[in-house]
Design a binder for this molecule. Structure first.
Ligand code: MG
Length: 378
């Protein structure tokens, strides 16, 4: 049960509204309606075939962008409930936060960013906003999903200064203003960032062990893992195999969730923001304690060294980057290979980036094969 919202929670009745005025829905508030629009979008369904770390075709049990987004929403909602923040807004932001991701995870994004280096670059947070603001085309009266300000604000998690200036010129005082003023987004948006970090640290350990690229013994180099591993083995000396990993991850997740709740409650108690807007001007308030912040950083470094930069992962990423670069080059020369909506746009490079970014892993591979006659070889 959602407890009464605290005074600093985002209140849908006080929303800064949508870009195109719409009558309110009879049974749902603004943030619930945003969440429903996101779930029914095309970009959301594509997340199931987009890579998180492991390519979608490498195994059926690895996380995809979709399961990752659901895990972020679940963690976010649990924490929001305990803090008296708006659960529906957290859920809407969490479900939309990765909509702008390219196929092939970070490999795809960096290849597309290289292709776009002379044309404003490519950044997945900005792309998530483009998806919900313009690229979804399913309503008669407007492009995009016409989400409320607070959901869009949460989706735009990072933004380079030049992009912030550009968006703010187009939408004065809108979602990019905080990157110019250096203020914070709502507490619900701050919470989604941490839930994202908690979720991927945990599930990348799980997927890393499952794939055989990471050994439990080497994970014990990381203080955070070692502590809960020792605790688990002391309580369950007979436990073996994947159940050990699941139990350690479960304990790590719980401890981070309780840590965020406790550290945030004390930050809120000492700053006492009277409303959601005042909370935006206090510096980040949703936070880990110092200890857990540094433990999480250590774990992240371990995953970088041992998983994201593992030879087997980087070999696939090089192949994925080649696919993205070659697709970009081909569409540049033969734009009619793209659907009419993209082929006919005058902002040619951005149209190609939008088209490629929307692809699932397997569609990009098939399209590359169709256009080059070469097959994806492992
Ligand atoms: Mg994420």
């Amino acid at each position: 049960m959602q407890l009464a919202l605290k005074c600093y929670a985002s209140d849908p009745a006080l929303s800064r509204g949508r870009r195109h005025a719409e009558p309110p829905a009879p049974t749902r508030d603004a943030f619930q309606r945003d969440r429903d629009r996101i779930v029914h979008s095309t970009a959301f369904r594509r997340l199931v075939y987009k890579t998180q770390v492991f390519l979608n075709h490498e195994g059926d049990l690895f996380r995809t962008r979709l399961t990752h987004s659901l895990e972020v929403a679940q963690l976010g909602r649990s924490i929001a409930r305990a803090l008296g923040l708006n659960e529906d807004l957290v859920e809407a932001i969490a479900l939309a936060h990765d909509l702008g991701h390219t196929p092939f995870g970070h490999a795809g994004q960096s290849a597309l960013d290289d292709c776009m280096s002379d044309f404003g670059g490519f950044e997945h947070n900005l792309q998530s906003l483009r998806v919900v603001d313009t690229l979804e085309r399913r309503y008669p009266a407007f492009d995009g999903l016409n989400l409320s300000f607070e959901t869009r604000e949460g989706i735009l998690k990072h933004c380079a200064p030049a992009n912030a200036q550009r968006i703010d010129a187009h939408e004065p005082g809108g979602v990019a203003r905080r990157f110019i003023e250096r203020s914070q987004p709502s507490l619900e948006a701050q919470l989604c960032n941490l839930a994202d970090e908690i979720a991927y640290n945990a599930h990348d350990i799980d997927d890393g062990v499952r794939s055989g690229l990471i050994e439990v013994d080497s994970l014990c180099e990381v203080a955070f893992f070692r502590r809960f591993h020792a605790e688990t083995m002391a309580e369950h000396p007979q436990l073996k195999g994947s159940r050990v990993v699941y139990e350690v991850i479960r304990r790590m997740l719980s401890s981070q969730v309780y840590d965020v709740i406790e550290a945030t409650q004390s930050a809120l108690a000492s700053t006492a923001p009277p409303d959601a807007d005042a909370a935006r001007h206090q510096g980040p308030l949703v936070q880990f304690s110092h200890t857990v912040r540094s433990r999480s950083a250590e774990l992240k470094q371990f995953l970088f060294r041992n998983l994201y930069r593992h030879e087997q992962v980087t070999r696939t990423t090089e192949r994925a980057q080649q696919v993205v670069r070659e697709l970009f080059g081909i569409y540049l020369e033969r734009s009619r290979e793209m659907p009419a909506y993209f082929a006919q746009r005058s902002d040619r490079e951005r149209a190609i980036a939008d088209y490629i970014a929307g692809m699932t892993d397997r569609f990009a591979m098939r399209e590359h094969e169709r256009l080059t006659g070469r097959q994806w070889v492992e």
